[in-house]
Each structure stands twice: as structure tokens, then as C-alpha cells.
Design a protein around this ligand. Structure first.
Ligand code: XMP
Length: 315
């Protein structure tokens, strides 16, 4: 793919499709939606409205970072919605992964529709869907692996025309486009973060307690990857917390607490992945920090599974 040619073609297509209309985009702050926003802002400046929905499943400090990064570009056209309580309420007690994804996807659309309803003259809805999302959701004749929340969740009667400018691209191509559009490298090289967020890393029925363990351990892992110079080198790295507990001992007393599982993988297109052979000394230091810093955790494990047979996320 020639990146410049792609950008110019897409800008021309978007201008033709959107005309004098206004376009709405759900901006998660991930690479895909950020690149989508930059492309649209270039194509139809001033007529892109972005909504950032905080579903309560964001990483530590993430919503704040999105607002800080995009308010300069979009001004009043950036809308921030804190819907954490609403999402966590709907998810309470739901353990099935596909059902969790559906709830998050549906609720997302509802919040989004409500925000759209408050705006005037929006004719288009943009989505940062990329090619692997389409393949893995079983669309267009492919066998379904997981219901990615960008795909298939939209109700038919939404009343907007759909705009998906990066739907034919793989992740590495999306990054090239982002860089060519002048997005800062730290944004473009940000590791992928799934639409359902930490919701698919707080396994089974989500509780605020375990969600906080995921969030805090993830923040520790990310900071340590950055300090060790691994952040730009490893494709995706994160922590997750399962639903089971195990026995441990701390200060001569028995504990009955959760494990944190570390996952670090490399891939080019997310269709297959290999694990990062992390140094054991580094892993031990990460484990020590997590065990010292995150309440309710008494073990740290490292996932040695490639894709296949594992998927990158556990749900
Ligand atoms: P899996 O777990 O299917 O993940 O091997 C492949 C890549 O996709 C990300 N992922 C998602 N991204 N919505 C997204 O936007 C989703 O529902 C979703 N599920 C997984 C995952 O983090 C990995 O990078």
C-alpha cells in the first residue's frame, strides 16, 4: 500500500460521501479511532464531532489523556461522557464473554445515540473498523471467532450513513497512515486496546474490586515496560484477573486472594501471535511490584500461549 495515495484517495472519497454534512465518531483514543479522527478532520475540517464514552473499563488515566490530546484539535466538537456507572450496572452478574461484549456494544450504541440526539444535522457515523475486526467477527463469509464490538452491533435504524475509512487496513497500515497524517508517534505506536476495554480482562462477572486490580496491575506493567524500553518493541502487553482465588501467605497469615496474569505478545496483524520471551528477572520485578502495590492479589503468572491456540485476549 502506498500510504500517501491511500490518504489522498480516502480524503477525496470522504469529501464526496459526506459533502456538506456533519460526521460523528466514537473516539476511544485507540490507534484506530484516533487515525480515523485525523483522517476525517483533514477531509471535512470543523464538521467532525467526536464523542468519547468512558465506559468505566478504560485503563488508568486513559480518558483524561484522550481529552487532553484531542481537545486542541476539536475544541467544542469533542464531547466527553462519563457512563461508568451505567455500564457497570448493566454488566453486574454477567459472566458469559459474548454476552458481556454484546452488553458493552449495545450500551455503547445507546449512549452514543443519546449524545447524537442532542446534536443537530449529523448525517454520518464514522467507525474505526479495521480489516481483522471484520474477519474475526465472521462477517463477509469468515468464520466467527469473537464478536468484535465495532462490527455488527449497530442497529439498522440508526439513521446515519456509515463511514468506515480504514476498514481495508491491517493495524501496521493504520499506524503508517497515522504517522503520515502527523499524529504524534506515542499515539500511533500505542498498543491496541480492545473496544470492550478492561471488561474482557476482568474475567467472568465483573466486580469493581477485581476491575481495580486489573487497572492497577496494568498501570504498573505499562510503566515498567516503558522504563525497560520494551514499550515500543512489544506489540501488546497487559494484565488480567480471573475469577478464582488461591491460598497464599503474607505476614505469617493465610491469604485467600486473586492472581494477576501477565500477557505480552507480538504479531503483525493480530491474526496469529507469539509470546514475548520476557527476561525472568524482569518478570520477577514486575511481580514484586504488583504484589506490593495491588490490594487483593497474592500471585502473579505469565501466560506462555501463542495464538493459536490461545487468542490474545482471554475473553
Ligand atoms: P484476540 O483476542 O481476538 O484479539 O486474539 C486480537 C486483537 O484484537 C483486539 N480485540 C478487540 N478489539 N474490539 C476491538 O476493537 C474488540 O471487541 C476486541 N477484541 C479483541 C485484541 O486486544 C487484540 O489486539
Amino acid at each position: 500500500m502506498d500510504t500517501k495515495v491511500f490518504i489522498n484517495e480516502q480524503i477525496a472519497l470522504l469529501q464526496k460521501q459526506i459533502g456538506e454534512g456533519r460526521v460523528l465518531l466514537a473516539l476511544s483514543g485507540g490507534v484506530d479511532s484516533s487515525v480515523c479522527a485525523a483522517l476525517l478532520q483533514r477531509a471535512v475540517p470543523g464538521r467532525l464531532v467526536c464523542v468519547h464514552v468512558n465506559h468505566g473499563l478504560m485503563r488508568a488515566g486513559e480518558s483524561e489523556a484522550v481529552v487532553a490530546q484531542f481537545s486542541g484539535m476539536l475544541g467544542d466538537n469533542l464531547i466527553y461522557v462519563d457512563a461508568s456507572d451505567r455500564f457497570l450496572g448493566k454488566l453486574a452478574g454477567v459472566a458469559d464473554p459474548e454476552q458481556k461484549r454484546k452488553i458493552i456494544g449495545t450500551e455503547f450504541i445507546r449512549v452514543f445515540e443519546e449524545e447524537a440526539g442532542k446534536l443537530n444535522g449529523i448525517g454520518f457515523l464514522a467507525q474505526g473498523t479495521i480489516y481483522p475486526d471484520i474477519v474475526e467477527s465472521g462477517a463477509e463469509g469468515h468464520k466467527a471467532v469473537k464478536a468484535h464490538h465495532n462490527v455488527g452491533g449497530l442497529p439498522e435504524d440508526l439513521g446515519f450513513s456509515l463511514v468506515e475509512p480504514i476498514r481495508d487496513l491491517y493495524k501496521d497500515q493504520v499506524r503508517e497512515v497515522g504517522l503520515a497524517l502527523g499524529l504524534p508517534p506515542e499515539m500511533v505506536w500505542r498498543q491496541p486496546f480492545p473496544g470492550p476495554g478492561l471488561g474482557v480482562r476482568c474475567l467472568g462477572a465483573i466486580t469493581r474490586e477485581r476491575l481495580e486490580m486489573v487497572r492497577q496491575s496494568d498501570a504498573i506493567l505499562r510503566a515498567m515496560f516503558e522504563d525497560a524500553g520494551l514499550a515500543g518493541r512489544v506489540w501488546q502487553y497487559f494484565t488480567l484477573v480471573p475469577e478464582f482465588k488461591s491460598v497464599g501467605v503474607r505476614d505469617d497469615a493465610r491469604t485467600w486472594e486473586y492472581p494477576v496474569i501477565i500477557r505480552a505478545v507480538n504479531t503483525t496483524d493480530a491474526m496469529t501471535a507469539t509470546i514475548e520471551p520476557l527476561d525472568i528477572g524482569f518478570l520477577q520485578k514486575v511481580a514484586e511490584r504488583i504484589l506490593a502495590g495491588v490490594a487483593g492479589v497474592n500471585r502473579v503468572l505469565y501466560d506462555l500461549t501463542g495464538k493459536p491456540p490461545g487468542t490474545i485476549e482471554w475473553e
